[in-house]
Design a protein. Sequence first.
Length: 371
Amino acid sequence: MQLTFSAPCIFGLEGLCANEFRFLGLQNVRAENGRVLFDGDFSAMARANINARYAERILILLAEFRAATFDELFENVKKIEWESFIGMSDAFPVKGSCLNSKLMSVPDCQKIIKKAVATRLSGRYMLSWFEETGAPRQIQFLIMNDRVSVMLDTSGAGLHKRGYRAQANEAPIKETLAAAMAELAGVRPSHFVLDPMCGSGTILIESALKALRIAPGLNRYFAAERWSCVPDGVFEQEREKARAAINRDCAFHAEGFDIDSIALATAKGNAEKAGVGDRITFAQRDIKDFVLPEGYCTVITNPPYGERLLDVKAAEELYKIMGEKFRREGGKRYAVITPDDDFEKLFGRKADKRRKTYNGTLKCQIYQFFK
């Protein structure tokens, strides 16, 4: 079955996501604002779920149409061949969002879409009531400027949930964004990576996974694995390909420092769970005591800011210290993410490259220094 897929991603990461999908051999890849589209079968769906470092989830894009009334919404949703994906006992919850459209009530749109799907399935299965006791097919919709996108979520939990991060210790940076920082910093299998404010270790772990070519979704479960319409063995075949691509015969290593001993203990546990514990060492150290090693190294960090700092003055002092410690020197590369527009001034030099993105709801920039 040939399908169109939509992979939402953090704004600013569309290009990285699209390039990754092309490298994975996915068909007709095209980047749009906040998402990347591609075509393929269920094997392509499994491959994208298992290997995607920057996408937030993989959705089947079932239909796109204009709708300014509930009648238009109902009729267009009813046209979709839901019976190809949803069985007689399967659950089909609906969630979504509306923006700048005539249809702005999310609960009302949920009810209309649910009714349209049930009406279609009722006619196909000759049932007047659906128990919905089976595996869920999460229906998602987006209505923006009166244009409706209707999708099925194949991922389940967001793809940033790799499975290694302790639930009790929420890292301040998403795994997908940390992976993007590693890519933008040019992390390679031979690199030595440092994070002087590593927190729970997310940036270093994502750097290691990338360097060792370990697929980020290799050890987690996806919603579509329980779908009867997905051929048996599809996910396991793609996992086998991902396992075969792992390269542990490389020189990559990393070091992480932080002043918080509890965060460091969490980071060490996370690295072990991710299968890269032997590549990363952690130590308690203040940024004031950070010393650049000899030779080549890549420094990637997410300095504390916003609610994680007591005041603006503390942030300014921190950026000045970073500017002193992160010297312009041959073989040294730096990548820093922050929402502070005055970062370069406080750091002491202009970035060689910048990329706008978001860290949660915070508008940020990733500052890259490599010259």
